[in-house]
Design a protein around this ligand. Structure first.
Ligand SMILES: [Ca+2]
Length: 188
């Protein structure tokens, strides 16, 4: 099929934009460890840190220094509706929470390639430690969840700070709304 020059250039532009965005999306975690250069707060066993997490921050520094092999819990309380641009519900018609939403909520199927982590839902709360970014990257859905305490549990991969973000493309954090109170506790 022959394409008129106008349509053809439009497609090329779209493809180029897609490639650039996919490249950005491939970098799931921040390559620099600037946030790790500032000393963080270490938690003793049984101690907690409270923080206000905002979904429009692409790399949220919790300010907490984790200890390799120690076990921690996250208790998340949404304080306002989480929305990604015009998307206000997950695929089940429920409010978006820390588990995010499926790609079926997006306008086009190919947009799934732009998520920072292709293995997790859009807007899913993600965690990683910049000092061992590859090994520590996890989605909230990967963690053990205890219903009685409504808390998620994980073990730190290395000594170093914990960072959080919702799974989005790097260039579309500005249209995110919503925040949560998060309690990060050292369990053992
Ligand atoms: Ca967004």
């Amino acid at each position: 099929m022959l394409l008129t020059p106008r349509i053809s250039s439009g497609i090329h532009r779209l493809a180029l934009t897609g490639l650039i965005m996919a490249g950005l999306a491939a970098c799931a975690t921040t390559p620099i460890s600037l946030m790790d250069s500032r000393p963080g707060q270490s938690l003793a066993r049984g101690e907690s840190a409270q923080m206000h997490f905002f979904t429009n921050i692409s790399d949220f520094d919790t300010g907490v220094q984790l200890a390799a092999g120690a076990r921690y819990s996250l208790h998340i309380r949404l304080l306002s509706n989480w929305t990604d641009g015009s998307i206000t519900e997950n695929e089940s018609g429920l409010d978006i929470d820390e588990r995010g939403f499926a790609n079926s909520q997006m306008a086009w199927p190919w947009l799934r390639h732009l998520r920072r982590s292709g293995n997790h839902q859009w807007f899913e709360l993600m965690l990683y430690q910049p000092r061992c970014a590859g090994e520590s990257l996890a989605g909230i859905s990967d963690l053990e969840f205890d219903e009685s305490s409504s808390s998620y549990y994980f073990v730190a991969n290395c000594d170093g700070k914990l960072a959080l973000f919702v799974n989005d493309s790097y260039v579309t954090y500005a249209n995110n709304a919503g925040y949560a109170n998060i309690a990060l506790s050292r369990v053992e």
